[in-house]
Design a protein around this ligand. Structure first.
Ligand code: ADP
Length: 202
């Protein structure tokens, strides 16, 4: 198994790259999905969130009130750290369980916006970073997710810096260009992963 870490700042195009790698045959573990799974109603994680941040973080149907929690943690760095301390270990356990059921010869992509922040880069055989300048991130978040410029910059500020992230990269994807240039770049990256996987003995 080749364990690949894929990361990128919010709006960099990481999810787009992840989907392309999936089309090539990678087994993709999407940490955004895992992050939702760990807070399902009745889960130990949602109970811990209510204990730490208050019962009003939980909606009447038992689901997480993401808007309330988001407003709290993105305004207060120490609250975000506390939330991460609750959720990250549970997310890590789920990811390990997913990896365990993958084919031994698989190329497994850990698609994780916080790969560097969670200290998981060192656990990967190959780290791919999708990189764009901050101005491009902001612009894409405004266009694709309807964020205000201030919101986009605030979200970016909660993540590792561009330099910290690219410093962890074995393979860097520059996604500053137009979307139609991305597919051939990812094709080349896939060929590289296949050859590294073969070198590592499949
Ligand atoms: P991330 O997962 O890093 O937050 P996404 O892959 O969701 O980013 O991309 C954010 C938005 O930017 C999406 O609407 C996507 O279609 C668009 N996008 C991705 N790459 C490019 C590109 N090279 N040029 C223009 N738009 C792009």
């Amino acid at each position: 198994m080749l364990r690949v870490g894929l990361t990128g700042g919010i709006g960099s195009g990481k999810s787009t790259v992840s989907a392309l790698l999936g089309e090539h045959g990678a087994v993709v573990i999407d940490y955004d999905i895992l992050a939702r799974e760990v807070v399902e109603p009745g889960s130990p994680v949602i109970a811990a969130i209510a204990a730490r941040f208050g019962a009003d973080m939980i909606a009447s149907d038992g689901s997480l009130d993401r808007t309330a929690l988001g407003a709290l943690v993105f305004a207060e760095p120490s609250a975000l750290l506390a939330l991460n301390a609750i959720t990250h270990p549970a997310i890590g356990e789920l990811a390990t369980a997913r990896e365990r059921v993958a084919d031994p010869g698989a190329i497994v992509v850990h698609d994780n916006p916080l790969l560097v922040e969670m200290g998981l880069a060192a656990h990967c055989d190959v780290v791919i970073v999708v990189d764009v300048p901050e101005a491009v991130q902001v612009n894409r978040l405004m266009v694709s997710r309807g964020m205000s410029e201030d919101d986009a910059r605030a979200r970016i500020a909660t993540q590792a810096s561009r330099q910290e992230r690219t410093g962890a990269a074995d393979l860097l994807i520059d996604n500053t260009g137009p979307l139609d240039e991305l597919s051939p770049i990812v094709g080349g990256i896939w060929d590289e992963l296949v050859s590294r996987s073969a070198e590592a003995g499949g």
